[in-house]
Design a binder for this molecule. Structure first.
Ligand code: ATP
Ligand code: MG
Length: 435
């Protein structure tokens, strides 16, 4: 090992790289120093090193060490061990969590590292830093910043790929994707987030291997999809996912509706929704998983609701039923946690209520806790031509005016023609409900 370190192609001394402790979170530094003080090796690794070398602000800091998770726990009081498939220590500092991983080894001849059909189902076999580097996913993610001398260790030619802007898997790409199909989504995520190109060896198997995503737990895919679309480059990630035929394996119902009408409304709607998310992130505004998934699944929900309405269901009931149908089919692919799917149902369910602009109804609607998200959603629908722009404009104006004027806006006689239609509609609904 020691010899490897002295190889100049692996060790980059402090003077030859741009990573400064001033840009590393204080808590990450605390963890590194404390581990070192306890006699362990301690490195910053992964996205933290990669992003600092690129001059970007890291999202979080990951630490790698030769201490076992139990040993890490003994060093920190504020520490929790997590994961079964991949045991890790989480050191908590208020809201910030520093993830500490023990160097993984490559030996397969023990119970701690287990593969099923080429897929890693457990990886708790420990090893040296050199081994650890080679089982990381991309070369640019296998760089280690050593707290002992502030040098960077590069075992997989990651710095060269950082300079070239290339995303390359370590080892045989097909095998690495098979071991963990989520790496395909990580490839798309890093390529779009960093503006990197996929190395041809990494790109070629992508088109063929999407079906492997079905063997990944749907809850893990939810986390991964969220990272993909909440990194500020959702639109780019969406294009790439579709380009590599991965999107269909995540959102089959959406893909079916998109490919049916490639150039018409649905694709515009999703694009606008994602663009909107990217813009909000760019402006530092909050984004919610519920809105994102409501956008991604709207087209199948809308089509299903229309179908149910044609079968004589009342609009509100049809929407609820459509939401249930689409969400339950979606759960096998990318599972949306209940707290978000409830909000999605509200966003969808409120859409038809925007049409009622008379009397007390606008007032009631605007005090609904999900009104703002539902309104943003309405604006997207209007922008992509699904509903009249005039409707969204009315609601924009409604929110901008003072209470007296709001009342004026919601007064006035309804168009008699509309009134007749509405009554007729209601009677139909009632008879459909068997009343
Ligand atoms: P981010 O900026 O999203 O945090 P990251 O590269 O730090 O990007 P993490 O998910 O935080 O990603 O993982 C930290 C590091 O752990 C990665 O850089 C990589 O070295 C390794 N890693 C994570 N997931 C995998 C995986 N599925 N296969 C192999 N290595 C992985
Ligand atoms: Mg990270």
């Amino acid at each position: 090992m020691q010899d490897q370190y002295s190889n100049p192609s692996i060790l980059i001394p402090r003077a030859e790289h741009c990573i400064s402790r001033a840009n590393i979170s204080e808590n990450a530094l605390k963890v590194l120093y404390r581990l070192k003080g306890a006699g362990f090796q301690a490195y910053l690794v992964g996205g933290g090193v990669r992003d600092l070398l690129l001059g970007r602000e890291p999202k979080d800091f990951d630490v790698a060490t030769d201490a076992t998770p139990e040993e890490v726990r003994r060093v920190f009081r504020n520490c929790r061990l997590i994961g079964r498939r991949f045991r890790l220590a989480h050191v908590h500092f208020g809201r910030e969590i520093i993830e500490v991983a023990t160097f993984r080894g490559t030996s397969d001849d023990n119970d701690e590292r287990k593969l099923e059909n080429g897929m890693i189902v457990r990886d708790n076999s420990y090893g040296s830093i050199g081994e650890d580097a080679l089982r990381r996913d991309f070369t640019i993610n296998a760089l280690y910043y050593n707290i002992a001398d502030f040098s960077v260790l590069d075992f997989a030619d990651g710095t060269a790929d950082i300079e070239r802007g290339v995303l390359r898997l370590i080892g045989d790409a097909e095998q690495r994707f098979r071991e963990d199909p989520v790496r395909m989504l990580r490839a798309i995520r890093f390529a779009s987030k960093l503006g990197f190109t996929l190395h041809p060896s990494c790109e070629a198997p992508l088109h063929e291997m999407g079906a492997l995503l079905h063997s990944v737990p749907a809850a893990r895919l939810f986390e991964e999809v969220l990272k993909l679309f909440h990194a500020g480059t959702a639109l780019n990630a969406f294009d790439r996912l579709r380009h590599y035929d991965l999107f269909a394996h995540l959102f089959p119902q959406t893909e079916a509706s998109l490919s049916r009408e490639e150039h018409a409304f649905p694709i515009t709607f999703v694009n606008r929704g994602l663009d909107n998310t990217d813009r909000r992130i760019g402006e530092g505004k909050p984004v919610t998983p519920a809105f994102l998934f409501a956008v991604l699944l709207w087209e199948p929900v809308r089509l299903r609701a229309a179908e149910l309405e044609r079968a004589q269901q009342a609009p509100a009931a049809a929407m609820q039923q459509a939401a249930s149908d689409v969400l339950s089919r979606q759960q096998d692919h990318v599972a949306v946690p209940k707290r978000f799917s409830l909000q999605m149902r509200e966003i969808w369910g409120l859409q038809h209520r925007f049409e009622a602009r008379r009397g007390k109804r606008p007032q009631r609607l605007s005090s609904h806790p999900r009104f703002r998200a539902a309104y943003d959603f309405l604006v997207l629908r209007a922008e992509s031509g699904e509903v009249e722009t005039e409707l969204a404009d009315w609601w924009t104006q409604y929110q901008e005016t003072n209470p007296q004027d709001r009342e004026r806006m919601s007064q006035g006689d309804r168009d008699p023609a509309k009134r007749r239609r509405r009554r007729g509609g209601r009677r139909r609904k009632e008879s459909a409900a068997g009343e």
